[in-house]
Design a protein around this ligand. Structure first.
Ligand SMILES: Nc1ncnc2c1ncn2[C@@H]1O[C@H](COP(=O)(O)OP(=O)(O)OP(=O)(O)O)[C@@H](O)[C@H]1O
Length: 255
């Protein structure tokens, strides 16, 4: 895939893939209550690459965890497609995360005793799901791992390990991929590569991606940046540049 690839337009009237309404998360710390999320309404459309930003403690991780069914909100709803995930039991959530969501973490989370190929295939094998060989080949080529498939993670650079994690997250064409600081452990060149793959997979494969990041340069790869402060969505930028994102962030940190 190249920069010049024309972005096929997903149907504009399609309902959003993920919808959160009135999302709250309150922690009782004994003496007082922390409102990590204080009423968040947000939606994410198919093929959109969205970055979530905000000052430290603004609720970014809490929001992502509630959207992904990794944490249970105190109030409000989250829908993934037609499924209301708030209200599902633990076992149902486990299956939903396995079958319908892709995850990319800062620390790669690869199994050290498995090769790159085995790591990429693992979620499909656990789910006893057949692997689409054509999609596997396409994704492996896109992330440039063809000649590294038989390597163990220890023999790969950080950037290559994260590319394995990206391929693993994309293989099953999940309805949404959540990326938590995916470039936090990478040098800027490897980080840029991973961000290019994420952007291309949104544009070319209509993959919906939601990424938490502290880095305005990383956020500038997204189509849209939403900003949190004190558990509320307070700002939004489309077609972001790193400069614009930095300026908005600074404004929020000063406020
Ligand atoms: N288990 C918990 N118990 C009490 N308070 C919590 C807990 N988890 C998070 N918080 C509080 O909720 C608020 C939001 O935290 P969260 O980690 O979502 O913010 P963040 O924007 O991801 O922060 P950072 O950028 O520093 O990672 C913070 O005030 C945090 O201290």
């Amino acid at each position: 895939m190249t920069e010049s690839t024309v972005k096929p337009v997903p149907p504009v009237d399609a309902p959003p893939v993920v919808v959160a309404r009135g999302l709250t998360k309150t922690y009782d710390t004994g003496d007082n209550q922390v409102h990590a999320l204080a009423g968040v309404d947000v939606e994410f459309h198919r093929g959109a690459f969205t970055a979530i930003m905000g000052p430290s403690g603004s609720g970014k991780s809490t929001l992502m965890h509630c959207l992904a069914g990794l944490d249970v909100p105190t109030g409000g709803t989250v829908h993934l497609g037609r499924t209301e995930i708030t209200g599902l039991r633990d076992a149902e959530l486990t299956l939903l995360r396995r079958d319908r969501i892709g995850f990319i973490f800062q620390s790669f989370n690869l199994l050290p005793m498995l090769t790159a190929e085995q790591n990429i295939m693992l979620p499909s094998q656990i789910a006893r799901r057949g692997v689409d060989k054509q999609r596997f080949d396409h994704i492996v080529d896109v992330v440039g791992l063809r000649d590294r498939l038989s390597h163990l993670p220890a023999k790969l650079s950080g950037g290559q390990q994260q590319r394995v994690a990206v391929a693993r997250a994309l293989l099953n064409a999940p309805e949404v991929v959540y990326a938590d600081e995916p470039t936090g452990n990478l040098d800027s060149r490897s980080g840029a590569e991973v961000l290019h793959f994420l952007r291309d997979s949104a544009r070319d494969l209509h993959q919906t991606i939601v990424m938490v990041t502290h880095d305005p340069v990383a956020a500038s790869y997204a189509d849209r940046v939403v900003f949190l402060r004190d558990g509320r969505l307070v700002d939004e930028v489309t077609e972001p540049t790193a400069e614009l994102v930095s300026a908005r962030l600074l404004k929020l940190e000063e406020a």
